[in-house]
Design a protein around this ligand. Structure first.
Ligand SMILES: [Zn+2]
Length: 106
């Protein structure tokens, strides 16, 4: 039989685990939130204007313009499933990178 206290404790452990996981993933991201939002806007506009070729070409252009190391950027983006421009726009959500998975218990 599972008591309410035990359930709450397990939920707490799971939340802690999810937050630790998220912090570990976010640590790969060499950008802060405004930079990531700027990158996504650039990629989105570039893909809309030029189409995409399943490379991270627009993201790389942005990184060169903003003096961001390409290897580190790729490491950060692929951690979130952004292997090419369209995946970056689809998968790399600033909310997921920087937001909290759940609100801490009140
Ligand atoms: Zn693609």
């Amino acid at each position: 039989m599972t008591s309410e206290a035990e359930k709450a404790r397990r939920k707490q452990l799971k939340d802690d685990y999810l937050r630790a996981e998220q912090a570990a993933s976010a640590a790969f991201m060499p950008l802060d939130r405004p930079q990531l939002e700027s990158l996504l806007e650039h990629v989105d506009a570039a893909v809309a204007a030029d189409g995409y070729d399943h490379s991270p070409r627009a993201a790389d252009d942005w990184a060169r313009q903003h003096d961001v190391d390409l290897d580190r950027l790729h490491e950060g983006l692929t951690e979130f499933g952004g292997y090419c421009d369209c995946e970056i726009v689809m998968n790399v959500d600033p909310e997921a990178v920087f937001g909290q998975i759940r609100q801490p218990p009140r």
